[in-house]
Ligand binder design. Structure first.
Ligand code: NDP
Ligand code: GDR
Length: 349
């Protein structure tokens, strides 16, 4: 069987790195879009990189930016992908209030740039759009594929636009374009300023004696938190179906930020009362109060169900950040959760 070729935007991010591992393990040739930076931004994928001169190389990186449509067309023309996973975005909700125009350009119009490049080159390409539960915003939980969108941030507005462009290219041009509407998913590779990772890194810093306090914003917000390596499996499954469609992906459970604080501090043997302080700067002008997925379509059609739930996720992340800080992890449970590159996975995170 000839191998398939995939193109991933956002390959240097949390999900992109796990997805690249997954696709390589399935025999794909994998290409990724990387932004040029003055510092290295490839630490999440360095362990799977093989020099392009090696005959067995199946993993290739291309410099570019979602703001640059010419470059996107050029890459698609050259690599001729079967599947595109569009994960690249200005993905931080709080930051989107500071950079609304930039977020629109990259997170919203970036999707149009890719859809147009596909439409003009090869409409048979299977396209995955990284849509978000943030699109539901103020809509009452539980949220599924039929729930209304009520975006509450520039980021969410940009994702709603990208969602509808993805659907319109499917309806208008008969293209294979899908939205995965993913609820929050985390891992040891989660960006350090998202709340779960900020908490688990904070705990490790407190235990290591480097910090005394952890400053957070709204502890009342509720999120449906899952585990990223499981969610990238779902992205792949979505693009293997006979017909393109949109899918809500989540665990079907919700917890407050306070719950995450309490569970992770308790696991680490710390008292949050002594270390957590509230700082107004981390509050948002408009907040999403409660997200809770109803993933029944994905369960029925894809046979997908989240296995890692809140308590395991907390342990995995606390242990990982303790290990990264040179501390002995509390549990060993994370070892069964290795991805396809077990030895490297742990040391890199
Ligand atoms: P990350 O923030 O970890 O990764 C974002 C990726 O996008 C990085 O590779 C980043 O590159 C890249 N990127 C940002 N701006 C540009 C640009 N202008 N041009 C090219 N690339 C760019 O996100 P996640 O991995 O957590 O999420 C993946 C996608 O899924 C995102 O679109 C996110 O909005 C969406 N999503 C995430 C959820 C989650 O809970 N994680 C839930 C629902 C949706 P660099 O490394 O250089 O910064
Ligand atoms: P979110 O994730 O906004 O849901 O978007 P984040 O972890 O940033 O916030 C979750 C909730 O925690 C509250 N919070 C804080 N958040 C941050 N970042 N820092 C803090 O100090 C803090 N204190 C409290 C927030 O107010 C919020 O209610 C993530 C991103 O990955 C998006 O790209 C993705 O689309 C959605 O998840 C689904």
């Amino acid at each position: 069987m000839p191998h398939k070729t995939a193109f991933i935007t956002g390959i240097t991010g949390q999900d992109g790195s796990y997805l690249a591992e997954l696709l390589l393990s399935k025999g794909y040739e994998v290409h990724g879009l990387v932004r040029r930076a003055s510092t290295f931004n490839t630490h999440r994928i360095d362990h799977i990189y093989v020099d392009a001169h090696e005959p067995e190389a199946r993993f290739f990186l291309h410099y570019g930016d979602l703001a640059d449509s010419e470059m996107i067309s050029h890459v698609l023309y050259n690599i001729k992908p079967d599947e595109i996973y569009h994960l690249g975005a200005q993905s931080h909700v709080r930051v989107s209030f500071d950079t609304p125009e930039y977020t629109g350009n990259v997170t919203a119009i970036g999707t149009t740039r890719i859809l147009e490049a596909i439409r003009r080159s090869n409409q048979k390409i299977h396209f995955y759009q990284a849509s978000s539960s943030e699109m539901f915003g103020h809509t009452r939980p539980p949220q599924n594929e039929d729930s209304c969108f009520w975006p509450r941030s520039p980021y969410a507005c940009a994702k709603v636009y990208a969602y509808w462009m993805t659907r319109n290219y499917r309806d208008g041009y008969n293209m294979y374009t899908c939205n995965g509407i993913l609820f929050n998913h985390e891992s040891p590779r989660r960006g350090e300023t998202f709340v779960t990772r900020k908490i688990t890194r904070g705990i490790a810093a407190i235990l290591a004696g480097k910090e005394k306090y952890l400053y957070l914003g709204n502890l009342e917000a509720k999120r449906d938190w899952g585990y990223s390596p499981e969610y990238v499996e779902c992205m792949w499954q979505i693009l293997q179906q006979d017909k393109p469609d949109d899918y809500v992906i989540g665990t079907g459970e919700t917890h407050t930020v306070q719950d995450f604080v309490d569970a992770s501090f308790a696991y680490a043997g710390l008292d949050p009362e002594k270390h957590v302080k509230i700082d107004q700067r981390y509050f948002r002008p408009t907040e999403v109060e409660e997200l809770l997925a109803d993933p029944s379509r994905a369960e029925k059609r894809l046979g997908w169900k989240a296995k890692i739930k809140f308590p395991e996720l907390v342990k995995i992340m606390v242990d990982s950040d303790m290990s990264a800080s040179g501390l002995k992890p509390i549990g060993e449970g994370y070892k069964i959760l290795d991805t396809k590159f077990p030895n490297r996975w742990w040391s890199r995170d």
